[in-house]
Design a protein around this ligand. Structure first.
Ligand code: GLU
Length: 295
């Protein structure tokens, strides 16, 4: 029998708050119940916002909460070559292209198209889909602009990528999506349009790194917040394109503040370290997020 592998994968660009504590404790107890392994992964591809101090804070908070993880911890910034290799495979298949449009140019372009009265399509997070202007640029122009050092991002050509995987594909959801979706979920990556797959300086984006790492680490169970439910469609597409194994997914409820808003890293009052310093115990934290203690 294969041993189930769970992982908690925080970004080290801020301190952990109650939402992270819930996710980590739930993950950890699900791993224990399944007699599985529990891994910790530090998602620090954004090297400008992530820091060793924030990372040390994550270890301190998790250890204090009683979470036990395997060493060594995988730190994404140390594995750029793995993502570069995956990116190259997508580039070889001609399903990624460099996009040069700045945010401002993109906004103007969409405003232009909406001037006719038809609203421009939005992705599941509410952001406008990327217009196809850059996708249509001739190869010679792309090459010239890259050589001239212009900023750009690699985007997935969703139409071409979808054509590569013509059959429908699914994921097994044991938690639920925002509308209670559960069980076998049909992936609709096209709802996201041409997502960013890598940046000029960093050979990956969140989507690419997460699927590459889950595969390399043998992750069988992804337990994470419901805010990533729809993004799973993009992850499933990348797994199909790269021939990677498919974990099971469990999207859990998000911990919200008194106003019903998702907790943010900048709000100190729900930070684990702040609560600890104010005298809270790990058991208090577990109760605050609605979990049994010991979890
Ligand atoms: N690093 C992501 C976050 O902190 C989570 C990624 C995942 O669990 O797939 O929101």
């Amino acid at each position: 029998m294969t041993v189930p592998v769970f992982r908690f994968a925080p970004s080290s660009n801020g301190a952990l708050h109650l939402g992270h504590a819930y996710s980590a404790l739930l993950n950890h107890s699900m791993a224990r119940l399944a007699e599985g392994r529990f891994l910790l992964r530090i998602e620090d591809i954004d090297t400008t916002r992530c820091s060793p101090e924030l990372e040390a804070g994550i270890y301190r908070d998790l250890a204090w909460l009683g979470v036990v993880w395997e060493e060594p911890v995988r730190r994404q910034s140390e594995h750029f070559e793995d993502y570069a290799e995956a990116l190259e495979r997508l580039a070889d298949a001609e399903i990624v292209y460099p996009s040069f449009m700045s945010r401002g140019e993109m906004r103007a372009c969409i405003a232009d198209m909406e001037a006719g009265g038809t609203p421009w399509p939005r992705d599941p997070d509410g952001a406008p889909l990327f217009p196809s202007v850059d996708k249509r640029r001739p190869k010679a122009e792309r090459r010239r602009r890259i050589e001239e050092g212009e900023p750009f991002a690699w985007r997935l050509d969703m139409e071409a990528a979808r054509a590569h995987v013509a059959r429908p594909f699914f994921w097994e959801e044991s938690g639920s999506g925002p509308k209670g979706e559960t069980g076998r979920i049909a992936a609709r990556p096209e709802d996201w349009g041409d997502v960013v797959i890598a940046r000029k300086e960093v050979p990956t984006s969140y989507h690419l790194a997460v699927v590459v790492d889950d595969a390399l680490q043998g992750v069988t169970h992804v337990v994470r917040g419901r805010d990533l439910f729809h993004a799973t469609a993009v992850h499933r597409l990348l797994q199909e394109l790269l021939g990677l194994p498919v974990p099971r997914y469990h999207h859990h409820a998000l911990i919200v503040d008194e106003d019903g808003r998702k907790l943010s890293k900048s709000r100190g009052d729900t930070g684990i370290a702040a609560l600890r310093e104010a005298g809270a115990t790990p058991g208090d934290i577990a109760r605050m997020v609605g979990l049994e203690w010991p979890s």
